[in-house]
Design a protein around this ligand. Structure first.
Ligand code: PLP
Length: 476
């Protein structure tokens, strides 16, 4: 570990050099200063330790079990990257420090932007957005501002029914009207249908590739051509980039704007809603619209440029969630190009291995092959009134986190599984065996047991109707 740390630290040595000569004067007004005890409970150290250890044991985590949550990419993220993000030079700096005192941090942001460009085939990135959805929002604001700048009135954004739910929400939030597009039976989009619904006021098409069925859009080049002929821009939802890295680049496929989820693909664990990062990337003609500040290199010094008259402005305090950027950078540098490609290859292989096992027995509406995830539709094999929700709850009894269920909406009784590249064959086999057992043995012979699940968890089956009708919103 020390060796890896050394290697990575030499890569970004400059990042640790903080010039602490600058004195920052603290002028906190008297009325904001605390004037008494804040009243924290006084407990023995042991009790505190036990309290937090017990709480951590209640947490479901990848460090204890498999987390096949489709669409969320719950993979193992090397702990060493957490350690790197905690190095003093990264951790003890303040975003309000003058740029000349945080040159290393700015260099890291600058270099990470370049690396993301290389992985994705885009020309520029802003690392400011704090999540995938905020990256989408930023991308759509950029698109809106671009059309305004060339004096075209385009008000519509096409979003396929196989897109992630945040896509139509972001489009609406950015002021566009969303136009749904139905996918074909094999889960992909037809270029012909895209052509039919394009109008002169279509600003963009938002595509998730691979889509939420885990399927690659085989007509993507054609769709890109048709869209561009219409003056429409192509938005790439890159949250699933871990299926594609090193194999294809959205920029080469014709996309103009995209976001990446660093907290899915690039080494930040994101269960429990921790800080995320959704960098937004663009082709060169859209660079003037990126959020400010931009980190630029002027005469071998890194500076923050706020003077971008066409920018959509500032999206998030400071430079985004900086520690997430550090982890992404460490991850990219330690894996290298080959390693990133291998991660994708392995993710796709793992998903196809599971798919091949399941599809002998359970309907998989979107076909024969998948990318990094796939969606089962067990409706025809479920007996005795057992439903997908019961299967998911029963998996909890076996110690698994439940897969994503009832999504995407276009698949009946959907179970969406994403094994990620970091799981072993043994883990995948065990999960396959357990799901088989629940569906083909328990649901057949002991359906009540499945319907009553979970029984081994600290909280048993919740009454969802009552929870919705009479929500208890206070804990005391
Ligand atoms: C997770 C995800 C998003 C949204 O990302 P957040 O960081 O949760 O906002 C968007 N699209 C796809 C395909 C995703 O998997």
């Amino acid at each position: 570990m020390e060796k890896l740390l050394n290697e990575i630290s030499s890569e970004c040595k400059a990042a640790f050099s903080v010039n602490c000569d600058v004195e920052i004067e603290l002028n906190i007004p008297e009325n904001y200063k605390r004037n008494g005890d804040i009243g924290l409970p006084r407990v023995a150290e042991n009790d505190l330790l036990r309290h937090f250890t017990n709480l951590s044991g209640k947490n479901y985590a990848l460090s204890t079990t498999f987390y096949p949550l489709g669409s969320c990419t719950m993979k193992y993220n090397p702990l060493i990257n957490e350690k790197i993000a905690k190095l003093d030079g990264f951790n003890d700096i303040h975003p309000l420090q003058p740029a000349e005192t945080v040159q290393g941090a700015l260099e890291l942001i600058y270099n990470l932007e370049k690396d993301l460009c290389e992985v994705s085939g885009m020309d520029y990135f802003s690392l400011q957005p704090a999540a995938g959805a905020q990256g989408e929002f930023a991308g759509l604001l950029i698109i809106a501002k671009y059309f305004k700048s060339i004096k075209q009135k385009r008000t519509k954004v096409i979003v396929p029914d196989s897109a992630h739910g945040t896509n139509p929400a972001s489009a609406a939030y950015a002021g566009f009207e969303t136009i749904p597009l139905k996918s074909e039976n094999d889960g992909t989009l037809s270029a012909q249908k895209v052509k039919e619904i394009l109008t002169p006021d279509t600003a963009a098409i938002m595509l998730t590739v691979p889509n939420t069925l885990g399927v690659f859009e085989k007509e993507i080049s054609e769709i890109s051509k048709i869209a561009h002929e219409n003056g429409t821009l192509l938005y790439y939802d890159g949250a699933n980039l871990n299926a594609l890295m090193g194999m294809a680049r959205p920029g080469d496929l014709g996309f103009d704007v995209m976001h990446i989820n660093l907290h899915k693909t690039f080494s930040t664990p994101h269960g429990g809603g921790g800080p995320g990062s959704g960098p937004v990337g663009v082709k060169a003609f859209l660079e003037p619209f990126l959020p400010v500040p931009r980190v630029e290199n002027k005469n071998s010094k890194f500076v923050l440029n706020y003077k971008k008259s066409k920018s959509i402005g500032k999206l998030k305090a400071f430079f985004g969630n900086f520690p997430v950027l550090v982890k992404a950078y460490a991850y990219i540098k330690s894996l290298g190009g080959k390693g990133l490609k291998n991660a994708s290859v392995q993710a796709v292989l793992n998903a196809n291995y599971m798919l091949a096992k399941f599809k002998e027995k359970i309907n998989v509406p979107a076909g024969n092959r998948c990318m990094h995830e796939f969606v089962l539709s067990p409706k025809s094999v479920l007996q005795n009134g057992v439903r997908t929700v019961d299967i998911a709850k029963r998996l909890l009894d076996y110690g698994y986190y439940a897969p994503t269920v009832y999504f995407p909406l276009i698949v009946e009784e959907a179970i969406m599984i994403e094994p990620a590249e970091t799981e072993s064959k043994e883990t995948l086999d065990q999960f396959i065996e357990t799901l088989d057992k629940i569906i083909f043995e328990e649901a057949v012979n002991e359906p009540q047991k499945v319907k009553d699940a979970p029984v081994n968890t600290s909280v048993k089956r919740l009454n969802e109707v009552e929870a919705a009708r009479k929500p208890v919103l206070k804990w005391k």
